[in-house]
Design a protein around this ligand. Structure first.
Ligand code: PLP
Length: 382
């Protein structure tokens, strides 16, 4: 599969428009850089990157030529490199780390369907991703956890038909956009046949790792299945390239609102200026920052872990300083399957009858005239 030396898309001999070239997503997938020998011609590898490749049990390495082209060829601290290049610690079990940190297996009533919250469910529709992120929380990649083919899809649809409380279905994986348009159209069509499902979401890193996947045809297919939100994962402003911006524009222009879920990664984006630059860049390309996640305690992720208090401080510190549209919710997913918990530094200083005292974004204390009337009755609706 990888017999041909990968060519970064920026090199002049590949500046063609044909989909069979570096500008096409299938070319990108087929020419992913996966081994030490394939990586070496492109980057000056550090000792730990090099030895990472030979760590026994290492989660698969795969990098699209596009994502590779964003890397600093000489500096291993490059935020793009850290997200995609292996490290010997990728196979070390840190304190409290698990293979299934979110307890997803226990919330799987039919294969490939995770149902943790009452009104929404996740469908795992694809095993692969364009780039295998080193911080992936679903790195276990157990094929038994995917919906298996058409029969599996029908089983999931039957489950959803019997679960009228589900209003939203999230396609995830792996990356759903490793499937072709026809497969996505079929899956979305089957979900649309369930009357009570109001909203679909596609959770994908393709706009970041393989923006050429986001074609006008794909945007049309997804828009036809709308209302559909595309949720992606930019983690660093360096990922907001003209190609990524154009991919997001194709989706948003087609009527697909976009949101972003970043993961807080030590040494990659654990910095207030980097996060502010990232969140502002996202708003400029019409991708609303949604969550910043505390890293899930998945086996082999310790090198990226930040203290929870640091994440709270980073996000709470954004309030007032940058546009509210640019500020994500900082959240951690409670290990064991308890769900997401939003975290913010406490703003209430004191409460007394008729008076709440709050801490402002500048650290001043302000008073609000609270009411004692707790009758919240409204006219009946609907
Ligand atoms: C994160 C997650 C969701 C979506 O949660 P939102 O807060 O609505 O984005 C749904 N189901 C599962 C299992 C999840 O992990």
């Amino acid at each position: 599969m990888h017999d041909q030396a990968p060519i970064p898309p920026s090199s002049p001999q590949t500046a063609l428009e044909d989909v069979e070239t570096a500008q096409g997503w299938r070319w990108q997938m087929a020419h992913r850089v996966c081994t030490l020998a394939q990586m070496e011609p492109h980057l000056t590898l550090s000792g730990s990157e090099r030895s990472g490749f030979s760590a026994p049990g290492l989660p698969v390495v795969a990098v699209t030529p596009y994502y590779l082209s964003l890397m600093d060829p000489t500096d291993a601290r490059c935020p793009i490199r850290q997200q995609a290049l292996p490290h010997p610690d990728d196979v070390q079990r840190g304190v409290g780390e698990r293979t299934d940190p979110l307890g997803e297996r226990e919330r799987t009533p039919v294969p490939g369907l995770i149902h943790r919250y009452p009104d929404r469910a996740v469908l795992l529709v694809a095993a692969d991703c364009p780039v295998r992120c080193r911080h992936c929380n679903r790195r276990r990649r157990d094929p038994g956890e995917l919906i298996g083919g058409d029969a599996g899809l029908e089983e999931a649809v039957r489950y959803l038909q019997g679960a009228p409380q589900v209003r939203e279905v999230i396609l995830s994986g792996g990356d759903p956009l490793t499937l072709d348009d026809a497969a996505l159209e079929r899956i979305c069509g089957r979900l649309r046949s369930v009357r009570h499902i109001e909203v679909l979401r596609v959770h994908t890193r393709a706009p970041v790792t393989c923006p050429m996947r986001v074609t006008d045809d794909l945007a049309r297919v997804l828009a036809a299945a709308g209302p559909l939100y595309v949720v992606t994962q930019f983690n660093h402003p360096r990922e907001v390239t003209p190609e990524a911006a154009a991919a997001c524009a194709r989706l948003v222009d087609a009527g697909l609102p976009m949101a972003n879920q970043s993961v807080l990664l030590r040494g990659v984006n654990s910095d207030d200026a980097i996060l502010a630059a990232l969140c502002r860049a996202l708003v400029r390309i019409r991708v609303r920052p949604y969550y910043l996640f505390q890293l899930d305690p998945v086996v082999g992720s310790e090198r990226f872990r930040t203290p929870v208090a640091a994440g709270i401080e980073l996000v709470s510190g954004m309030r007032g300083r940058i546009s509210g549209l640019s500020i994500p919710t900082f959240a951690l997913d409670a290990p064991g399957g308890f769900g997401k918990v939003a975290l913010a530094s406490p703003a209430i200083v004191s409460t007394a009858p008729g008076l709440v005292r709050v801490r402002t974004w500048r650290g001043e204390v302000a008073s609000y005239p609270d009411t004692g009337d707790s009758d919240l009755t409204c006219p009946p609706w609907p």
